[in-house]
Design a protein around this ligand. Structure first.
Ligand SMILES: Nc1ncnc2c1ncn2[C@@H]1O[C@H](COP(=O)(O)OP(=O)(O)O)[C@@H](O)[C@H]1O
Ligand SMILES: [Mg+2]
Length: 221
């Protein structure tokens, strides 16, 4: 489903060049739950941005469902991002002026699905993540764990082939973090493919497969 071959990405900082990704080879099959663990600055977010089509590698190949990403146009990339990928971020990234229900509807609105249908599905997905009855709450009226559940419902509503989660428990206390990880494990048991990035070994241990990122290099644990 996902295949990276010899992927490199560097950043220039003044006259210094940082190799954020140094010849990455990595593949993920449907139904896997993969954690990438590594310290701050090791290249995890860069990897996630490339996997999520938010950034492009300098060299190497990225195949997503056999499609070569470097040959795709910007509009194709935006379309793939909307249909195939669900994002979960450390800081939830909810829209503050929209309630929970409206936040979850956003990906379907982008697809041009009508309001009634997207609302119906948003109710279903909020129930799935344990937030029945909180649909009309604004993000500021929800706890961190609840906000992350809204973000998970928003990631799931488009039925993406893959969920990319960058430090999804990073802003949560440990109990709430465990609950969010239990939810991700349950989604994976239902067949959802998940790639998760973390600096926390306890979080990584909830995945079925762990890789370690160090100075831009990735290796299987
Ligand atoms: N936009 C950028 N400009 C310059 N350097 C960057 C940029 N993004 C990341 N880096 C550098 O690339 C390296 C990897 O960063 P990052 O992928 O964010 O690591 P992590 O998510 O593991 O903390 C770091 O040295 C970081 O400073
Ligand atoms: Mg990071």
């Amino acid at each position: 489903m996902i295949e990276l071959k010899n992927v490199c990405k560097s950043f220039k900082l003044g006259d210094q060049v940082v190799k954020a990704l140094d010849n990455i080879n990595f593949s993920v099959k449907k139904g896997e739950f993969v954690a990438i663990i590594g310290p701050s600055g090791s290249g995890k977010s860069t990897m996630m941005n490339i996997l999520g089509l938010l950034d492009i590698a300098d060299s190497g190949e990225y195949l997503l469902d056999k499609l070569s990403i470097k040959e795709a146009s910007d509009s194709t990339l935006a379309d793939i991002r909307n249909k195939k990928i669900g994002f979960i971020f450390q800081s939830f990234n909810l829209l503050p002026k929209m309630n929970a229900l409206e936040n979850v509807q956003v990906p379907l609105m982008y697809r041009g699905i009508n309001k009634k249908e997207s609302q119906k599905r948003a109710y279903e997905y909020l129930e799935k993540v344990g937030l029945k009855g909180r649909e009309k709450h604004m993000p500021s009226q929800l706890s961190g764990g609840q906000q992350q559940r809204v973000a998970i419902a928003r990631a799931l509503i488009g039925e993406p082939e893959i969920i990319l989660a960058d430090e999804p428990t990073g802003a949560l206390d440990s109990k709430t973090g465990h609950e969010v990880m239990d939810l991700l494990q349950e989604l994976n048991r239902e067949g959802q493919t998940i790639i998760l990035i973390t600096h926390d070994i306890n979080v990584a241990n909830k995945a079925k497969r762990i890789l370690k990122m160090m100075d831009g290099k990735l290796e299987e644990v």
